[in-house]
Structure formats: C-alpha cells, structure tokens
Write a protein that binds this ligand. Structure first.
Ligand SMILES: Cc1ncc(COP(=O)(O)O)c(C=O)c1O
Length: 404
C-alpha cells in the first residue's frame, strides 16, 4: 500500500461508489432522481428558530472554543431532554458533545477497541459503523436482524453467539440502532429487556444509536435503552442531524448515565478524547441548545416533519407493494425502506448489478443492500415529496416488469 498505514484501508464508504456513475450521467444532461441520501435537511429546511439561534450566536461573537466536552448551555439542554423524555437524571459528566454521532463512534471505538477485539453489530447495519471498528484494530461480529420477524432481534441466537465468542475474543460492545437505518424498525420494549438481561448476565456494554428516536410513526412506540437498562452499562448516541433536521451542523452527543466502574471509566476517557480535539463547532452547539430547550417550537417542527415522513413512507410502500419482484417490511421509524429483491426472477446476479442497471437505464439512484451488510436488498430513502417518490418508484416498478 506504499506510504499509507495498513489500517487506512478501512476508511471507505461503499455507498458512494455509484456517485461517479450518477455524475457522469448528469454531465451528459440526464436528470437523476436521488433516493440514496438520508439527509432530511435537503427536503425539510432546518427549523427557523434553530437557524436564528445559530445566527444570534455568531452576532454575539460566540465563535470561540467552548468547554472541551461541550458548551455548558448544550450539556444542560441535553440533560433537560433526557429528563423530559425518559425520566433520566444525568450529571454534566455523563454528556460529551461531538461532531455528530460519527465523531462519537470514532471516540468510542478508539476508547474501547484493541487489536482483535470484537464488536457485535446486527446487519443490515448503518454502513459507517464498520470503518471505525476496523480503524481501531478490531473486528465486527455480525448477526442478522430477522427480516421475517419485522427485522427484529433473536435474543436466544444472540445469547448463543455471545457464549461462543467469549472463549475466542473480548466482546467490547453490542451495538443497537433504534429506530433503524436502513430497515425502519423500532425495537420492542420486550426485545430491549431481553437484551438488557443478556448484557447483565454476560457483562456486556450496550451502545444504542437512537439518532431517530423522535422519528417514529405508524403506531410504533419508542423505548429508549435508558428506560430498561437496570444497571447495565450503556451509551446513548444522538444529536442534531435527524430530530433537529440539521445534518450540516455536525453536532451530536454521547450520553453515559451509569454509575458503575465501567461507565465511569468510559465517560472520563470520552472527556479526554474531547479535550484532545479541543472543541466542537461553537455556534452550532448554541443553536442545538435552543433546539432542545424550546420545546414548543421543537414539538411543532418535529410533529410536522414526522407527519410528512409517515405520509411519504406509506405512499412509497403502497407503490412498492404493487411490485411482485420486491417484498417490503413496512417501516415504523426513520425514513428508509429496505425491500428484498427477487434477483433470480429478474435475472440479476447481485443487488449491485440491479442498482447500477436501474441508475443507468432509468436514472433513479438507490443503494444496494450489500453496502449495509445484507445483499439481495435495496435501500430507498423516502424523504422527497410524493410526486418525486411516485415518479421514481413507478420507474423502478416498470424496470422490474421489463426484466422479468
Ligand atoms: C443510524 C445513524 N447513526 C448515525 C448517523 C450519522 O449521524 P451524524 O450526522 O450525527 O454524524 C446516521 C446518518 O445517517 C445514521 O443513520
């Protein structure tokens, strides 16, 4: 590999590989419908009151470094949120503000993973979990979400694998994504309780990425790991990107509420990581603090956005269900749909071939399931307005009819 480090090979995003094809088509004047990026702020402008707070922070010259672990205003606002939503009493030391959940993942993996350690991750997974594990020298241990059970978790299977794995390597954490990207699943309270019991028995650390915890619909009830944790050490990840519709702010946070020895050691080390990188973006932190504190404005904004998302997702699922080459589990959270493709019936060798062929012939860009660890599927981002979704899915359905 020449001059670069060996581990730098993990810094790769397989979901961007089709961007070059799309760009080449655009240069030829083709208009591409893009259902491949999960960025809400492209379709729903960041709420005005949050943008005003950002501008106000700059006007007040709050453009200097903040406290390394996060501006006090934001840390207090995060504590307020968890008290309000989940009855969780946090100390200031339990919160570390990061440049998005992405930086929190970097810090956590760097803090926890040694060479050959394992991290249990369920697939399909949010793609970016994997590079951070590899960069830290560890390896992901992949288990399946169960598609025929609404992409749920089989606790007995998890138990069997943890028992087997314990003799071979150290399991540093079990990662949950709830609600899920790319399946849109909201885990049941019962499942979470089962995982907590198992974590208690095997002394496992749980990391729960709850970045979509307010984007829940179709009658689903969200349970945070905080509501069932019963003394198990855990980390919650969340931030500005999804609930506050501000992906470009690059602000997230890790919450480590436990009073046990592992939690104390971990939160202190995350604070060290925060001090090494000096500070997160200052105005964006003050803006998110206002986003969290102004409950009236936030509730108005999130209710509107989630209502629209529910409508768009259900519209898309209805159209997808007309396609006999796809089978779709109806999402109940986030804004992704993850149908299974009948590759054989359509005479495709792989999901990549399917996705590339759709892009090149119908100018619709979606993402291959294998990029999330689950081949034979596609991920559709259901954020655009219904006219756009309708046009794209009609093209997708027509494409499949022709290929049969
Ligand atoms: C499950 C999940 N976690 C984390 C992220 C990234 O979060 P951030 O923008 O805070 O880095 C995403 C973005 O799509 C996501 O889907």
């Amino acid at each position: 590999m020449g001059f670069l480090s060996e581990r730098s090979r993990f810094a790769i995003n397989p979901l961007e590989e089709d961007d070059a094809i799309a760009e080449a088509l655009e240069r030829k004047g083709k208009e591409i419908i893009k259902l491949n990026r999960g960025d809400p702020a492209v379709y729903f402008p960041t709420p005005q009151y949050i943008k005003e707070a950002y501008i106000e922070a700059i006007r007040e010259s709050k453009t200097h470094y903040t406290e390394t672990r996060g501006a006090k205003e934001l840390v207090d606002a995060v504590m307020g949120r968890y008290r309000r939503l989940y009855g969780l009493d946090l100390n200031e030391d339990d919160v570390v503000v990061t440049a998005g959940v992405s930086e929190a993942l970097y810090m956590l993996n760097s803090a926890l993973i040694d060479r050959n350690d394992r991290a249990i991750v369920f697939k399909p997974y949010y793609t970016q979990y994997i590079p951070y594990i590899g960069l830290a020298g560890g390896r992901e241990y992949l288990l399946d979400y169960k598609e025929n059970e609404g992409w749920g978790i089989d606790i007995d299977e998890l138990d069997r694998h943890v028992r087997r794995l314990k003799h071979k390597a150290r399991v540093k954490y079990v990662l949950l994504t709830n609600p899920n990207n790319p399946t849109g699943t909201v885990l049941s309270r019962k499942t979470l309780e089962g995982i907590v019991d198992l974590a208690n028995e095997h002394k496992l650390l749980l990391i729960s990425d709850e970045i979509y915890d307010e984007i829940v619909y179709n009658g689903a009830r969200f349970t945070s790991i905080a509501q069932v944790a019963k003394g198990v050490p855990y980390v919650i990840l969340n931030g500005a990107s999804k609930n506050f519709d501000a992906t470009g702010f690059r602000i997230g946070f890790a919450v480590v509420p436990g009073r046990d020895a592992l939690s104390k050691e971990l939160k202190a080390k995350l604070a060290d990581f925060a001090s090494v990188r000096v500070s997160a973006n200052a105005p964006a932190q003050y803006a998110l603090a206002e986003g969290l504190n102004n409950v009236v404005e936030h509730n108005r904004a999130i209710r509107y956005m989630v209502g629209e998302i529910e409508d768009r997702v259900n519209f898309a699922v209805k159209l997808l269900n007309e396609n006999t080459s796809l089978s779709t589990v109806r999402p109940r959270g986030a804004y992704y749909i993850f149908p299974k493709i009948d590759l054989k019936g359509l005479h495709f060798k792989s999901d990549k071939e399917f996705v590339d062929s759709l892009l090149k012939s119908r100018y619709v860009q979606i993402t291959r399931g294998s990029g999330f660890g689950t081949p034979g599927h596609i991920r559709i981002v259901s954020l655009p307005p219904k006219e756009t979704l309708g046009e794209a899915i009609t093209k997708l359905n027509e494409f499949c009819r022709r290929k049969r």
